[in-house]
Structures are given as structure tokens and as C-alpha cells.
Design a protein around this ligand. Sequence first.
Ligand code: NAD
Length: 511
Amino acid sequence: MAIVRSVPETTDGRRRLALDSPVDRRPIDEIEVAGAAEVADAVAKARAAQRGWAARSAGERAEILRAAVNVLVTRRDEIIDTVHAETGKPRVEALTMEIVPGCDFLNHWSARAPRDLRPRRERLHGYIKPMKKLYINYIPLGVVGVITPWNGPFILSLNPVVQALLAGNAVLLKPSEVTPRSGEWVVRILREAGVPDDVVQVLHGDGETGAALVDADIDKVCFTGSVGTGRKIAAACAQRLLPYTLELGGKDAMIVCADADIERAASGAVYLSMFNTGQVCMSIERVYVVDSVADEFIRRVTEEASAVTYGPGAADMGPLFWDRQLDVVTRHVDDAKAKGAGVVVGGAPAAGNGLYFQPTVVVDATHEMDLMTEETFGPVVSITRVRDEDEAIRLANDCRYGLSGSVFTKDPDKARRIAARLETGTVVHNDASVIYGVAEAPFGGWKDSGVGQVNGTDALRGFTHAQPVLIDRWQVKKESNWYPYTEKSLRQLEAVVRYGFGTRLGRRFMS
Ligand code: NAD
């Protein structure tokens, strides 16, 4: 994280925040908080620069963004150093979660954008078809504010920023105050690749800076973070009718069917609950395992979780990134214990100075426990036995969140049938978090987990205004339904209804 402390203001009265390492609580950095005036100034510069950026073709913009792949490849070790310093996450995890998908997103979006954002012709149907032609332009919105969290401090900033830029917008990134320098790298590599300085800027600070950005003269907010902050942003945007996307928290369920490969399911449950110290919005937070295979599953999970190494240095698992998160995880596990759950592995903060929590396995968890209803965001596998798959689906849906879901079975068709009954934004078969890295998959939450999507063509186009342009084919002097209304126009319209929609042949022509 870092642990964030307020420190004395600068001589010009600006607030400052100090960051301490989550590994050993050593001071590592300080940032100055951007206030409303600085935010407004940055937005004004962005607005002025955006016109020139938008005037370039999508292909030219894509060429610059494609060059950023090389910069990212070249600078990866420095970026990993920063991510590691701020979060303590193992280097392999920084590569898996931040760098590899970062290269892939840059590469993919820069290849896709010129095609997806090109003005296109849409085929018309019915009676309008002989008279008009429809084109759709994708026009940049202007200035986009991107506000991001600390758990994927580089990738969760890079992905929306790249899409917004390719769509022709200027972008102001407000990374989390917990991981500010990791977010700043996004702006550094994009500028190094050739994006003009004022077109992509970083604003450091906490919620005050984020709120000032939402209130500033911007044209869209793209927010990733908690449900509570998401609600505040939605309320602020509503006042101004500002479009927004909200990628919020999750409480993702994993369903282990009787026909699952239990070895894979157990390894998956441990890894997908503990990867990034469990601080992944679509990590596994609850496991529902069918009774007939539960003993074998729990035995294997216990074995695998007991072997997970943690602590400073080369280990499987790093610390929690934020001191507040250590409190949340401890509280949830204590609450589960108090309400009768069994802790078969770990169950407490680790000894020492860092923000480490033991890899933990909890069995007999119920929906009376916060561990099964609130986002825990920690390295805990929480397991509930269920009678059958129907009960698993019912319990999985008994939740205010609906980000993603996961089904372990050897039968892909069954996975699809279960997916159709899950109230979640996405569903993954025999896996989980990987879905965010699949750029073609429209990723977004259902229920309290969000509004809108971050990936897929629609998300890219969501950084534009889709402008339909209806072109007149024949340029006749006057349309038959314009003034003056006559008996003839009445008869023509009646004929459209009677023969166009009142007969099977007509309906076929009209559709
Ligand atoms: P958070 O809501 O506390 O903060 C997120 C960002 O919002 C930070 O940059 C913060 O400074 C800023 N912020 C805080 N108050 C604000 C306000 N009033 N107005 C504007 N900005 C404000 O979230 P967090 O603790 O940083 O992140 C963890 C949460 O993010 C978890 O719930 C996690 O599930 C969620 N998350 C969701 C996704 C997703 O894609 N759905 C991905 C990653 C994380």
C-alpha cells in the first residue's frame, strides 16, 4: 500500500499523504493531494489538447498506443519495482496481473479500435429502408475522468485509459492514494510512446481529489472501486447528467458440481481465493460444494492451502495492501468463528510487522456470517456444503453483489446451463478471475456490482457518442406524410398498417 498517513501540509497549504510499505511499515513515499483548483486547471488543459488528439484518425492514435507495448516491455522491471514497493505483491504476480494483461490490452485495443470506431453503415429494415441510409459515427466525448482502486494498481488504470484515448478523448487519471506511483506509470509509458502530455494526465490524491474530478468540467466518469464510493459518484453524476461506468465490488461464488475434476477444483479454489492476497474484485469469495464430493474437496483444499508460503521475499503470497483491509479480513474470520464456522487452516493475522494474513480455509460457513455476504478481499477459502447444484445456485444468487461466478464441472453444457441461472455479470467454467483479461468479453457487474462494462466493443464505443446519421436517398421535394394532410396520405398510411403489418408476407418484408 501502502498504509496512508496524513502529514503536515506544505507551506502553500496543500495536503500531503505519506505511504508506508505493507511489507514492513517502512516509509516509502509521500504525495501532495491535488485540490479542486488543480483539478480544474488540469481539465482545462485536457480540453484544449483533446481537439488536436480527436482530429487525428483512430489509426494514428492506435499507432501511438501500439508503440506503448514496446515501452511497457522495456520498462517492465521498473514498473514491477514500483508495484512491489507499494503493494508487496510477489513479482510473478505483478507480471501475471499487471504486465502481461497490460501488453495484451494495449496490443488488442490498438488493433481493434480503428475498426470498431470507424463510421459504419447499418442496414435498415422495413418501410424506411427504400428511402434512407443509416451511418453511425463514433464521436469522442471530450474529457474522461478515470478513477481507480489499489488492488490492480497498474492494470485497472491502464485498461480504461487506453480505451478512452483510442476513442479520441483526453484523460485525467486519479489513481488510488494507496498505490499512486503504480498508477502514474500508466501516464508515463503512454507519454513516452507519444501521447501528448496534456492529453493524458495524472492527478494524485484521495477521495477529495476524486470528488473534485467528478465535479469538474468533464464528459464521462469511468470508476473502479467500492460500492459505497460508486454510489456517491453515481449521485454526483446524476446531478449533471454525466455518463458513467461503475466497476464495483464482488462476492463471487464458485460452484463445485459432483462431476467436477476435484483436483483442479481444489487447486482453483485455493489459487483463485488467494491470488493477489485475495484482493481481486472477481476472486472466489464463497465456495458451494456438492455434498457427495465435499470431503475429498475439503481434504485437498486443506492440503494445498497449508502449502501456500507467505511473507516478505520469494513467497506465494504477499501482504494485504492496506491496513484497513487487514482489519476487514480479521473481522470477517472472527465473526465466522464466533458463529460456528470451523477454521481448518490459518485464521489470523500473521506475526510480525507487515500486513500479512495467514492463508485461511473456513468450513461450514453460512449466510449468517459476514464472510459469506460482505466482500472480504482477503486470502480466505470459505466453504459451504450443499445438497445439490440447485441449492448451490440458490445460495450463489442470495447475495447483493453479482460481479462474476464460477462453475466447476467436467460438462461444459452443464456449465452453460448453470451460468444462465446465475445473477452475475460474467460466468467462468473451471476458472475465475481470468475473465477480466479477456478483452472481447463485456465485463461488468450485475446488482450492486456495477453499471456498464469495461471490455468488449460496446465498452470501447462507450467512450464515444454513437451518432446515427440518416441519409436521404432520393431527395424528393416532399415526403408523402408531411403537411398538408390529405385523404391520399391517410390511405397510404392505412395501407402500410393493413398490408405491411396485417399480413404474414407484409410482416416478413417489414422485419
Ligand atoms: P474505493 O472506492 O475506496 O476507492 C476507489 C477510488 O475512488 C480511489 O482512487 C479513491 O481515492 C477514490 N475515491 C474515494 N472517494 C471518492 C469520492 N467520494 N469521489 C470520487 N472518488 C473517490 O475503493 P478501493 O478500496 O480503492 O478499491 C477496492 C474496491 O474496488 C473493492 O470493492 C473491489 O472489489 C473494487 N474493484 C472492482 C473492480 C471491478 O472491475 N469491478 C476491480 C477492482 C476493484
